[in-house]
Design a protein around this ligand. Structure first.
Ligand code: HEM
Length: 185
């Protein structure tokens, strides 16, 4: 089941990549190159961008760890005598830490990425950027509904569905990568 899920994610990633490459070629030929600005604010903005990237890595390390540990559970079912390697308890602790800190890291990530976009003066006519902006706000919004204890049950269910999956993450990663390729040239 894990592999079926991973196959779906890989196919989805390939489709997002394909669409992005097509749009990249279009945008590359249509929009004039954006000159790099070296203002005081944009220097600070670059720093925020780097922090945002690390924060996203931190968030998706948890997802990765969950997938890997899910495999462990499957191994347990196939092999009745299977006992998780000693390192599993260390991973368990690490996952617990990542789970406990996710809400704070999540809020910080949204804030840092918004600051990065605001300080850099990103060209919004290149569609990669409004898309990333929208997706980050989307993650933050549904993450909040998920955490907020007064959210109605149905809203919580929907929020989990749209927040706790990899599809938005893949788009955020691919779109930001190609967006930055357009700006750096
Ligand atoms: C860019 C920002 C964010 C990203 C990329 C993100 C990503 C994720 C992902 C991938 C999951 C699924 C769990 C996993 O397998 O890793 C998740 C779960 C969750 N997120 Fe976020 N998140 C973000 C921001 C937030 C914010 C701002 C909040 C709350 C204010 C939040 C609250 C939650 C909650 C409550 C869960 C479900 C419980 C859990 O699995 O621990 N997230 N998030």
């Amino acid at each position: 089941m894990v592999f079926k899920g991973i196959k779906g994610i890989l196919i989805y990633t390939a489709i997002v990549l394909f669409i992005s490459v097509v749009y990249f070629i279009y945008a590359y030929t249509v929009y004039p190159p954006t000159p790099e600005r070296e203002t005081f604010l944009s220097e600070i903005g670059e720093g925020f961008g780097e922090i945002g990237l690390w924060a996203l890595c931190f968030i998706y390390a948890r997802t990765f760890l969950k997938i890997v540990m899910g495999k462990g559970a499957i191994a347990k079912r196939i092999l009745p005598d299977y006992s998780p390697p000693a390192s599993a308890s260390y991973f368990h602790q690490l996952l617990g830490f990542l789970n406990r800190t996710h809400v704070y890291v999540g809020i910080a990530t949204v804030a840092v990425i918004l600051l990065h976009i605001a300080l850099m003066g990103v060209p919004m006519d290149i569609l990669f950027f409004p898309a990333v902006l929208g997706l980050v706000i989307w993650q933050g919004l549904f993450g909040m509904f998920l955490t907020w204890r007064y959210s109605p049950k149905e809203l919580k269910k929907l929020s989990y569905l749209v927040h706790a999956q990899l599809f938005t993450g893949i788009m955020i990663g691919v779109f930001s990568y190609f967006g930055h390729l357009l700006i750096d040239n």
